[in-house]
Design a protein around this ligand. Structure first.
Ligand code: AHR
Length: 515
């Protein structure tokens, strides 16, 4: 009797955690059918005055003992440079709607101090301001994306900030900029009009915000040589009504894009879950929540299509990523969390989805760059580490500005408890030099998957590959062991006549390049 019970128990445990056995998965790519370019800006980033993102993460000041270039952390700068990041959003986030830019210019010692009420109630000394931000993006060779203050600012304040940054002539703001040591304007393009105006940015209704947007956007001027790309503050997650009202009430010629925010939270707002300690069912349900981005983009896109079928107004997902409980013994307002192989899959799945929606999605910004939420980089005093998420952005670099290729995937399934998903998740693109890029995530923790790839419409045959995996789904890098999760060369593929046979390792992200 006992024996049967035990057998039954084992059978039901296996049924609950039955990560799929390997069958034949197939991917068919049409390399001559690309129509849409994947904007490099989809691979963008976000740095807010929040916790240790700016202070300690990017900026330590020129007098710091930590190695720096004019105050910018050298190690962090080098890591971001290597990633070739296309843009950086600043100064928030919720912080943007309480930031008064004039506090952050002029001699550092004379800048007023304020309390960062949103994020930990710490003193913000404004030592990192407009000039310091532009100094960093210039050093990186990346595009700045500024979010202006609508919530607690004024039309005049935002209008003057644009003048200060972009006007090359005689005017009060251009003169002030020159007196502060910068002769030429920065000529920036990307300009956000407020942040989360439905929440921390002012708790507005969409009708009210749409009217405000029209006023703010009118006085955010296009100066000679710098036409602004204006971004309306868009919806939170499934708030489709917000999108509908903005599309209806804002003339299409007054906005270039609308933003969207969506975070992947394993639990609830009150109990989000641990970054490193999770069950297999939580692992898979987190990835399922990340994959929800596809439905979101489709549904917001449908509302936009109604008013803008030619897709002139783009979507900018300027905040996305995982959000867990903060690490024990850290300031709850600093949003500091670890980053495991699970986060790498969230990044891989989300970036694949953005690629597939490249006709509408022009930009996306992972939240956030250093030490906050799903960070690329973590620092502790003078130590730093690259997270698994960083490595996914590194692997996916070939997709930037490549042509999206249509592809058909049939995949094995993976199951844990009540959650079932396709084990494989892919996107494919064609680089200018004719190289086909194939990014593949196998989220099955236990089984390698045999994948047959058929490439139509190309003679390309030379394959190279790189991949990311780790011993466990919660493996992560630490300051003591900082390359447990890192990229390796991938060689487990071979041609069988016209079919490229790939053995995709369990819990891995691969990028193959076929030339
Ligand atoms: O990224 C952290 C915060 O999340 C941002 O400040 C805000 O816009 C969002 O709610």
């Amino acid at each position: 009797m006992k024996k049967y019970l035990l057998k039954g128990l084992i059978a039901s445990v296996l049924a609950i955690f039955s990560f799929g056995a390997s069958a034949q998965s197939k991917l068919v790519i049409n390399a001559d059918h690309g129509k849409t370019q994947i904007s490099r800006h989809i691979y963008g980033h976000f740095s807010e005055h929040l916790g240790r993102c700016i202070y300690g993460g990017i900026w330590v000041g020129p007098d710091s003992d930590i190695a720096n270039i004019n105050g910018y952390r050298k190690d962090v700068f080098e890591a971001l440079k290597a990633l070739d990041i296309p843009n950086l959003r600043w100064p928030g986030g919720c912080f943007a709607d309480e930031y008064h830019w004039t506090d952050g210019i002029g001699p550092t010692s004379e800048r007023p101090k304020m309390i960062n009420t949103h994020w930990g109630g710490v003193v913000e000394d404004n030592s990192f301001g407009t000039h310091e931000f532009f100094g960093f993006v210039e050093l990186l060779g990346t595009e700045p994306y500024i979010t202006g203050n609508v919530g607690s600012g004024s039309v005049e304040e935002m209008s003057k900030w644009v003048e200060y940054i972009n006007f090359d002539g005689v005017s009060p703001m251009a003169d002030l900029r020159k007196r502060n040591g910068r002769d030429k304007p920065w000529n920036i393009k990307y300009w956000g009009v407020g942040n989360e105006s439905w929440g921390c940015g002012g708790n507005m209704t969409p009708e009210y915000y749409a009217n405000e947007y029209r006023r703010y956007a009118t006085f955010a001027r296009d100066y000679p040589g710098s036409k602004l790309y204006k971004i309306a503050g868009g919806a939170n997650s499934t708030d489709y009504n917000w999108t509908e009202v903005l599309m209806r009430d804002i003339p299409l010629n007054m906005m270039d894009a609308m933003s969207l925010h969506y975070y992947t939270i394993p639990g609830s707002w009150g109990d989000k879950g641990s970054s490193t300690d999770f069950s297999r069912e939580e692992y898979l349900s987190t990835l399922q929540k990340a994959a929800f981005m596809d439905e979101l983009l489709t549904n917001h896109g449908t509302r936009m299509d109604k008013y803008d079928p030619s897709k002139k107004v783009k979507l900018i997902v300027d905040e996305w990523g995982t959000w867990y409980d903060v690490e024990p013994n850290t300031n709850p307002g600093f949003l500091y969390q670890q980053n495991t192989l699970r986060d790498a899959f969230v990044a891989a799945i989300t970036l694949n989805i953005f690629n597939q929606h490249a006709d509408r999605v022009h930009m996306a910004n992972l939240a956030q760059t250093v030490n906050v939420l799903q960070a690329l980089i973590l620092t502790e005093e003078d130590k730093m580490l690259l997270t698994p998420t960083y490595h996914v952005f590194d692997l996916y670099k070939p997709h930037m500005d490549a042509m999206l290729l249509p592809a058909l995937l049939s995949s094995d399934k993976v199951k844990a408890g009540r959650v079932e998903m396709d084990a494989l998740n892919v996107s494919t693109s064609l680089s200018e030099d004719g190289t086909v890029n194939i990014s593949i995530a196998n989220i099955d923790p236990d089984h390698a998957i045999d994948l047959d790839v058929t490439l139509n419409g190309t003679e390309a045959k030379n394959v190279s590959g790189r991949y990311l995996t780790a011993p466990e789904i919660n493996s992560h890098n630490t300051f003591e062991e900082n390359d447990l999760v890192s990229i390796k060369d991938f060689e487990d593929y071979k041609w069988n006549k016209e079919v490229l046979k790939v053995k995709v390792p369990a819990k891995s992200v691969i990028v193959l390049r076929v030339k």
